[in-house]
Design a protein around this ligand. Structure first.
Ligand code: ADP
Ligand code: MG
Length: 229
């Protein structure tokens, strides 16, 4: 009985978020539709056409961000946890985030990436958690900068430190991290960190944040380490 109750609650959570995503997706899709219809109905001056097209691209980006932030989360949360290595996941994530960083004049530096880093988890979820933090770090550096990623393993923990030189946050902002829809970006979803906190929670991990306005932010993801070998 206990088990089925738990399962039921989790499924409710999943369908609640699925409903929230489809609701959120309607807004950008509606505006894309509206602007395409405007362009079809009337021969606007070139400048106006370009402006509408730009808005369409931005709204598509909003929809993409929503999908990116949610995709893994929308999957059932009671998937199997197995032994995985953080290091190859981290390397993979850095590889796929590098074009995004380069486009924003951000250089990613990696340290300590060859250590054994066994944890109990799910590689796709870990991947999602890392992508969301790294993307925020990149987006925080509006004029470009350095993103430092460090993998640190000790006897009982595996830590990933992600440090940027971006806008930073006040104490009040740091407290609100992980709250659904909390975003300071004009086109933010405010869902990325909610997903990341939830994933870390599922893996028995922990997140700490140090931040200073105008200086930057350091996120540390800490996981219980499995014995080597
Ligand atoms: P989104 O990125 O869509 O706004 P997130 O949940 O990923 O949503 O992040 C929520 C908010 O937390 C961001 O809008 C930003 O204000 C703040 N934040 C997260 N990471 C950082 C960071 N590295 N530097 C500064 N602010 C950050
Ligand atoms: Mg984000």
């Amino acid at each position: 009985l206990y088990n089925s109750l738990m399962r039921h609650e989790k499924m409710e959570t999943v369908s609640h978020f699925a409903a929230a995503v489809s609701h959120e997706l309607r807004n950008p899709l509606q505006s894309v539709k509206g602007f395409v219809q405007l362009l079809q109905e009337y021969e606007y001056p070139r400048a106006k056409q370009l402006e509408f097209q730009q808005t369409i691209l931005e709204e598509i980006k909003v929809a993409e961000d929503l999908i990116d932030d949610y995709l893994i989360y929308a999957k059932p949360v009671y998937g199997e946890m197995k032994r995985i290595e953080v290091e190859p996941e981290l390397s993979h994530v850095i590889k796929i985030m590098t074009p995004y960083a380069n486009a924003r004049n951000v250089e990613i530096f990696v340290q300590g990436s060859d250590a054994a880093s066994p944890i109990l988890g799910d590689s796709q979820k870990l991947h999602q958690a890392l992508v969301n933090i790294i993307r925020n770090g990149i987006e925080a550096m509006t004029d470009g900068g350095k993103l430092q990623v460090e993998l640190e393993t000790s006897a009982h923990t595996v830590c990933v430190h992600i440090q940027d030189e971006g806008v930073g946050m006040t104490k009040e902002q740091v407290k609100r991290l992980g709250e659904p829809y909390f975003s300071n970006k004009s086109k933010g979803t405010g869902l990325g960190l909610m997903v990341t906190y939830s994933i870390l929670n599922q893996m028995g991990g922990d997140i700490t944040v140090e931040s200073e306005v105008g200086k930057g932010t350091k996120f540390t993801l800490e996981f219980p380490k499995l014995p080597n070998g």
